[in-house]
Design a protein around this ligand. Structure first.
Ligand code: NDP
Length: 288
């Protein structure tokens, strides 16, 4: 492992999660600090749920620049922070904390990262219909960004339907987007998918090579993008089936890249070196 020289000037950024060994963010962020010649280092911190409040205090105590936050802390960390961005407030979850002289500011760059990855594919969700599978933290961040982007309609399908219903109720009042919650087995129904511009998997199904849920892939319009938030060296079964139905596909790497680039800019107030970060991400995923 090579990082730039650590000195008395080095500033520390980190990531809180449990587990944490799988994280790809240190490779991406340290590459960015090197390219920008910034005296920063990014390190993983294994933070057990019971220790989250102490870990948050340590951001101030150790004068960390800030942290990323991953599973399982994204929602619970909100209560320990001093201020939230509109986006973090809207989705009730934080993935980036910035330490502003002891005041801890929480933001969520997942939704913006997601929209930037769509923009790269020239896909605007404005006035379009979107199907979101899952109702966890990532689905919430996406929902908030889709409402902000002016989607016409979002249908949420989740294994625990009650959670999808709560989400739909909470977000319905926030914009003009029509939001509906349906049972997961509706994915087999061609009527659900016939006007979809985008179908997003926000569940971990496929992370370990398992089969995705039965879904009427061919019922979607030809240009409907199938987007899996997971990133693995091989295609997930969700994306394999979509590709077999000759639909465009996208995995979670570009969203991971963009959410990280946005966090980098929040900590350093410097534009992120996107290409260097993308290369570092590619290398670290290849070595998975
Ligand atoms: P959460 O744990 O908050 O939510 C997981 C969701 O998946 C829940 O709705 C859960 O349903 C559903 N789910 C879990 N297992 C199954 C199953 N076997 N069958 C059907 N549904 C299931 O996770 P997140 O929302 O934070 O993350 C979801 C995925 O997105 C993760 O794999 C994560 O790695 C990825 N992600 C990628 C990002 C990127 O930048 N590319 C950013 C953020 C997340 P239920 O409510 O019934 O439990």
């Amino acid at each position: 492992m090579s990082t730039h020289a650590i000195s008395g000037q080095t500033r520390v950024v980190g990531i809180f999660g449990d587990p944490i060994t799988h994280t790809r963010s240190p490779a991406m962020q340290n590459a960015a600090f090197r390219v920008r010649h910034l005296p920063y280092v990014y390190v993983p911190f294994l933070v057990r749920p019971a220790d989250l409040s102490k870990a948050v205090h340590s951001i101030r105590a150790l004068n960390l620049v800030g942290v990323n936050v991953t599973v399982p802390h994204k929602e619970r960390i909100v209560r320990y922070l001093d201020a939230l961005s509109a986006e973090a407030n809207l989705c009730g979850a934080v993935n980036t904390v910035v330490n502003c002289d002891g005041t801890l500011f929480g933001d969520n760059t997942d939704g913006r990262g997601f929209l930037l990855s769509l923009q790269e594919r020239c896909l605007s969700p404005r006035r379009r219909e979107v199907v979101v599978i899952g109702a966890g933290g990532a689905a919430r961040a996406l929902l908030a960004s889709l409402i902000r982007a002016g989607s016409a309609r979002v249908t949420i399908l989740n294994r625990t339907q009650a959670k999808a219903q709560v989400l739909a109720r909470t977000y319905r009042s926030l914009g003009k987007t029509r939001i509906e919650a349906l049972p997961l087995d509706t994915l087999r129904d061609p009527a659900l998918l016939q006007n979809a511009a985008l179908v997003v998997n926000c569940t971990p199904v496929g992370l370990h090579g398992e089969q995705f849920l039965p879904l009427a892939y061919a019922a979607t319009p030809r240009g409907c993008l199938f987007y899996d938030l997971l990133y693995r060296p091989e295609l997930t079964s969700f994306l394999r089936h979509a590709r077999a139905a000759q639909r465009p596909i996208l995995d979670g790497r570009r969203m991971l890249l963009h959410q990280g680039a946005l966090a980098f800019s929040l900590w350093t107030r410097t534009p992120a070196p996107l290409d260097a970060m993308a290369q570092a991400l590619k290398r670290t995923l290849r070595n998975q």
